[in-house]
Design a protein around this ligand. Sequence first.
Ligand code: FES
Length: 125
Amino acid sequence: MTANLNTYETVRPEEVKIWFKTAAVSKFPKNGGACIKYKDKQIAVFNFTREGSWYACQNLCPHKMEMVLSRGMIGDENMEAKVACPLHKSNFSLRTGKHLNGDLEAIATYPVKVEGDFVYVGFSE
Ligand code: FES
């Protein structure tokens, strides 16, 4: 599969048409991420236990086009959840996708919900 930024576009909660069932909550590391696949997309899903929140974004880091963001450290900056790419530490907001320590293109983010002990990611198609 070729890494292509055009594959990824932010989905807002009101745009969700499909809630894709990923895996049980227990499959996601606490305060860490895991990668899921939906169609041709690799999506990083984060279980931000400290905050009691879940986030999802493209797994593709726009810096060197590497599928690595699910392995990044999560934390927060000014109360905003973020992920740091494990390769060269680009930080992205998990809420807006914005590149927080540079001017790379924002990453796509996706809604997440937990229902009946399963984690779902929202897609518009
Ligand atoms: S590949 Fe992610 S910061 Fe370089």
